[in-house]
Design a protein around this ligand. Structure first.
Ligand code: G3P
Length: 241
């Protein structure tokens, strides 16, 4: 399963890229507005930072305007995927953009029938918002299971991009179901890494290591000294303190 970061924050994106954790990025007007930066330069920089798809959402309710925006977005960078809402106008725009080989992420999906229409419109992927369904006591992950069944029944190539992810178990469950992508806020990505037994286990290893006599650790000390010497040698004499 591919993991995307649901963020327009360059610092978060760069940090997540440094772990090799993410395969792409999703944004939406709220996330972009939160950054308070010029839209195109920000999305351009995100596209140059991420080695994968970057979803960028149209900001109209009208199909013709969405198509026009989508065509402009697509010219920005090859990584761009245009986001259109799951409305009649959004489906019309999806149909037209996908016919022009422009990838569309159909977003704000909350039902299996909506997901079926997104696939029929030629969506590159559909974004079911599991967290917002859970927030109203509906079954967010049940929607993912339904979409997976429907798409498999008819061989739709539209990918399932699980969105509105609130915690690691949404990600784990999405992987168990066989969703194609999960997109998540940086806080959830960080939570995927954390486990108290890992932290306590590492503490114990290093505490036990410290109990070794220094002579038994000479290799590490020698290694550290050699590395420090190499770093110092790499600094021009004029700049050495
Ligand atoms: O990509 C969609 C996602 O940003 C929505 O998440 O937390 O606003 O429901 P949320």
């Amino acid at each position: 399963m591919k993991l995307f970061l649901d963020s327009a924050h360059l610092g978060e994106i760069r940090e997540a890229m440094s772990w090799g954790a993410i395969d792409g990025v999703t944004t939406n007007p709220s996330l972009v507005a939160k950054e308070g930066k010029d839209f195109f330069p920000l999305l351009q920089e995100i596209c140059e930072t991420v080695n994968g798809p970057v979803s960028m959402e149209t900001t109209s309710r009208d199909a013709a305007e969405m198509v026009e925006e989508g065509r402009v977005f697509a010219k920005l960078h090859q990584h761009i995927v245009v986001k259109c809402p799951l409305t009649k106008e959004g489906l019309k725009a999806t149909r037209q953009l996908s016919a022009q080989q422009i990838r569309v992420n159909v977003t704000l999906c909350f039902s299996p029938s909506q997901a079926l229409l997104a696939a029929k419109a030629g969506a590159w992927c559909v974004s079911p918002f599991v967290g917002r369904l859970d927030d109203i006591s509906a079954d967010g992950m049940g929607l993912i299971r339904d979409i997976k069944t429907i798409y498999a029944n008819y061989g739709f190539s539209t990918q399932i991009l699980v969105a509105s992810v609130r915690h690691p178990m949404h990600v784990v469950e999405a992987a168990r179901i066989g969703a194609d992508i999960a997109t998540m806020p940086f806080t959830v990505l960080e939570a995927l890494v954390k486990h108290p037994l890992t932290d306590s286990g590492l503490d114990r290893f290093l505490q036990d290591w410290e109990r070794l006599p220094e002579s038994a650790k000479a290799w590490k000390t020698a290694g550290a000294t050699a590395a420090r010497r190499a770093r110092t040698a790499a600094v021009p004499a004029s700049r050495r303190r």
